[in-house]
Ligand binder design. Structure first.
Ligand SMILES: [Zn+2]
Length: 152
């Protein structure tokens, strides 16, 4: 399960609308409490697909259609933000991204690059409107299961 503030959810949805028809992405910052991933902050990041595609395309399951169908967060960005938040006893606990004109369910590629324990918020955006927003987490068999979202 994941706990997130309404204002952070609104921030994520705003990013989805803003970057449409490209995919947007960003990091969920927070901590683990019991079985919850508690989000205390959301940090939007650049969709760095253009620079990362060469490292990622061999695990892709479809033709490379650019940022409208893919996202990537630069490893350098991840490390920099991780360093920053760990100084405040927080951690990266998940990633959000959008699926323009596609359902809010993880692709095979999303699964291939996913980390255990992370929460993955995915929203579908159609005609600049957020239609659905779900959260997912890998189970022990590396299959995505939907996570309940609790607003706090
Ligand atoms: Zn995706």
């Amino acid at each position: 399960m994941i706990k997130i503030k309404e204002s952070d959810l609104q921030l994520i949805k705003g990013e989805g609308r803003l970057h449409y028809p490209d995919e947007c992405c960003g990091l969920l910052i927070g901590k683990k409490e019991n079985n919850y991933n508690v989000v205390v902050k959301v940090i939007p990041t650049i969709n760095d697909w253009e620079n990362q595609r060469y490292f990622l395309r061999e695990i892709m399951d479809k033709p490379d259609l650019g940022k409208q169908e893919n996202f990537a967060i630069a490893p350098k960005t991840m490390l920099q933000i991780q360093k920053e938040v760990r100084g405040k006893n927080l951690d990266i606990i998940g990633i959000y991204h959008s699926h323009p004109n596609h359902p809010a369910i993880p692709s095979e590629f999303d699964r291939a690059i996913a980390w255990e324990g992370y929460s993955y918020i995915i929203m579908s955006v159609v005609e600049k409107q957020v239609e659905k927003l779900f959260c997912w987490q890998l189970d022990e068999d590396r299959r995505f299961q939907e996570e309940n979202i609790i607003i706090y």
